[in-house]
Design a binder for this molecule. Sequence first.
Ligand SMILES: [Zn+2]
Length: 454
Amino acid sequence: MKRVFSILLLMGAVVLVGGLSFLFFFKFEGTPPEIQKIIINEPVGKKGSLSLEISDKRSGIRSIKVILSQKGKEAVLAEKEYPVDFIWGSKKKRAYLEIRFEPLKLGFRSGKARLGFQIADGSWRNGLKGNTLWWEREILLDLDSPRIVIHSPIHYLSPGGSNLVVYSISEKVSRQGVVLNGHFFEGYTLPQAPGLYFSLIALPLEEKEITQMFVEAEDLAGNKARLPVAYYVRKKRYRHDVINISDRFLKRKIPEFWERYAEVPRGDLLKAFIYINTEMRKKNNTTISKLARHSQTKGFYGDKAFLRLPKSATRALFGDHRTYYYKGKEIGRAVHLGIDLASVARAPVPAAAEGKVVFADYLGIYGNTLILDHGFGLFTLYAHLAGFNVSVGDTVKRGQLLGYTDTTGLAGGDHLHFAVLVQGIFVEPIEWFDPHWIKTRIVEKLPQKVLKHE
Ligand SMILES: [Zn+2]
């Protein structure tokens, strides 16, 4: 009997100790919640966001409060409460919060502010309020949009034409440029002209009107600003041309393409030509646009009238709308995106301006093609060449020999196909040949210091 009583007593003691341990280790646990991850995009702009990951392995998360404060002003950005069971605590062991807030609308101002978190768990400590984690840190609010000032006067443009917009921005930006009919033209900077941005713009050939044009800037806090650019659109008419394709031309040209490109339909000369003149032309133009979008060069070399192929006659113009016929039947249409200049056969081709060779290879309808980068997103292209006297990566001087004219690619006769691109858009080369145009559209807008290169 005595023995049985002792056993019961012992068992009772075990249960009691177990219960107390449970209370101390579980219900009265003293480990506060932990912050696993905080992501804040700083400086915080008009549209702020932060994400927060919290865990509490033992008694779970009871509540989360996120507070922003500045000089006595306080705002609760987020507040969460989770159900806490008296015995089992909170089931929420891990919480993930995405908080979006607009400090300006909440009455805050640019400058320093404090961001705080107050997180409690499901423990019985602190009079059943749980262990609390207090976390606080200083953050920077930038609630001012960048201020843009445009320095260049009214911008004249015609479809296919170019121009230069010069502007300055009041603060550091993550993105800036000119938006024209939805096309984005980034602004370039020069070490000699701190604070100024130079954006070469172009109205694509097919777009007859300007529906929108503005400088856009976004600061490091994500605050955006826009300022309209003054413009005047000048009408321009382009020619319509008929090109008759002969059997002789097909027999002479197509085998060159069959040899180089597996994608060209075999057997039928006309089918091959139609493929080359439409699909391949499109692909080649896309390739060129991509190559001529961003400048790698530091300077800008489009401040002198471009050199033309010496002693040459103009055979075709930029923007010629061509309709192709074979034995009286229409077989396709294309727009000519450069100017055709013909001199004697194998005429030496000079660089139109100082620049860097960014492409020198055979490129479909354009044959042996060379592309030069002149800075600010300005590029020139030389097609149907016999070969190359320079290679990719070379810096060439204005007038330097690049190669010789030929008929490589889809050229009927020996000539130079010369094209100009502004940030990936094919533009009218004649503007860039014209010293008066260069002076009024480009040079007069550049600070004198910028022009001091050879
Ligand atoms: Zn051409």
